[in-house]
Design a protein around this ligand. Structure first.
Ligand SMILES: Cc1ncc(COP(=O)(O)O)c(C=O)c1O
Length: 409
């Protein structure tokens, strides 16, 4: 009899005993190519030696130094590194432990800074599972059902449909929807922030078109609304640049980071400009573990690995290799609708969710390749390998997937 909660849904029943790079070994001696990477978390791969070493060294110094009680010597260096990497003038950081905590922190900051009560999120969004983050999440009802009442003050605007035939008119439609939300549900003067995933994550790995993001930013600037980029999934090299907004040339007011930031150690960061952070009343937010020294050490080591020459080039090259290989399979298969994404944040879209489930099972059992689905209707298979993935591993995954595509056609 298990003493574990029933609430976790399971992608596989594999029992892992060790992991190295892109591979995990299971209790029964199996070896798997892990293209789920802990849901886009194991950015430097499993147990990167530099990250392991940094964690071990810090654990031997001190494990916890609560930020209200102490400062410690990794906090400022990490914030300084993040200021170097973050887009635009973002130079000030708050730390927490998870994506949900950091998106909630973004909303708390935005409410305090603007004195306004509401926020706008977008169709297909996923910002986390705590109550406010759940109210901001629209990718699937399963995340919300049975949990009402959810916090109020969250309004949902359209996100451009990535399957639309004409992107430009789809962007116009979505922006008109945003204007409608501002005209009918939350007046600009009551809207603290718009919170956007620059690449929709759980909602189906859909990059936000540049014109859409520019349209949002223009509205934010016009109305004094803060523009928050939730880069929990798309950040830290996942798209081949440090942040997905770097591809778009836009500067958010606030940026949410988690997942890949510390290679798997629970850690999250909220970045903003000093002038905004200075208006966040002292003591109005915090947390026991935020800025945990081992998390800081893991994040600093992750940044050292990611800023080595060639690291992001590998993400770009492997992403291209992956999308080229997938596009070739797509052309030959009428039920295989689309390959989309940036860097190593890639979606393969099918007509039939049952086929996506069958593809995942086939890849797992026949190809020893771990993949996950995404999207509201389960028609998206997403590819999010560790960013250290090699050309040979991408080729191996493509071979396994080609077998699955053929077997399920
Ligand atoms: C864009 C985005 N924001 C927030 C979260 C929530 O992160 P966590 O599961 O660490 O709370 C996720 C998780 O998938 C995410 O993809």
């Amino acid at each position: 009899m298990s003493h574990l909660s029933n609430v976790w849904f399971k992608v596989t029943d594999l029992e892992v005993v060790s992991g190295q790079g892109c591979r995990v070994t299971t209790a029964d001696g199996g070896e798997y190519l892990d293209f789920a990477a802990g849901i886009a978390v194991n950015s430097t791969g499993h147990s990167h030696p530099h990250v392991v070493d940094a964690i071990a060294r810090q654990a031997g110094r001190f494990i916890h130094a609560q930020v209200n009680v102490f400062t410690h010597d990794l906090l400022e260096p990490l914030a300084a590194q993040l200021a170097e990497l973050a887009p635009g003038a973002i130079d000030t950081f708050f730390f927490a432990n998870s994506g949900a905590e950091i998106t909630e922190a973004a909303v708390k900051l935005a409410k305090q800074v603007t004195g306004r009560p509401n926020v706008i999120v977008f169709d297909g969004s996923f910002h986390g599972r705590t109550h406010l983050a759940m109210a901001m999440t629209t990718s699937k009802t399963v995340y919300r059902s049975g949990h009402a009442p959810l916090p109020s003050g969250v309004f949902v605007a359209p996100f451009p449909d990535p399957l639309a035939a004409d992107e430009s008119s789809e962007v116009d439609r979505a922006l008109a929807g945003v204007d409608r939300v501002l005209a009918t549900m939350t007046a600009p003067g009551e809207t603290a922030a718009m919170i956007l995933e620059p690449v929709l994550g759980e909602g189906g790995y859909a990059p936000a078109p540049k014109a859409f993001v520019e349209g949002l930013l223009e509205r934010c600037r016009r109305h004094g609304i803060l523009f928050v980029a939730d880069e929990v999934q798309s950040g830290f090299g996942r798209t081949g640049r440090m942040f997905a907004v770097d591809h778009l040339g836009v500067e958010p007011d606030v940026i949410c980071m988690a997942k890949g930031i510390a290679s798997g150690f629970p850690f999250a960061a909220l970045g903003t400009r000093r002038e905004l952070d200075d208006r966040w009343p002292r003591g109005s937010h915090g947390g026991t573990y935020g800025g945990n020294p081992i998390g800081c050490a893991a994040a600093l080591a992750t940044i050292e690995v990611m800023t080595e020459p060639g690291f992001l080039d590998n993400v770009v090259a492997r992403g291209r290799q992956l999308t080229d290989g997938l596009a070739e399979l797509q052309r030959a298969d009428p039920g295989f609708r689309q390959v989309r994404g940036i860097g190593l944040m890639v979606a393969t879209v099918f007509d039939d969710p049952a086929r996506v489930a069958a593809l995942m099972q086939h890849c797992l059992h026949e190809g020893h390749l771990i993949l996950m689905s995404a999207g509201t209707d389960g028609t998206v298979l997403r590819w999010m390998p560790p960013l250290v993935v090699t050309a040979a591993e991408i080729e191996e995954a493509l071979q396994a997937f080609a077998g699955a595509v053929k077997a399920t056609a």
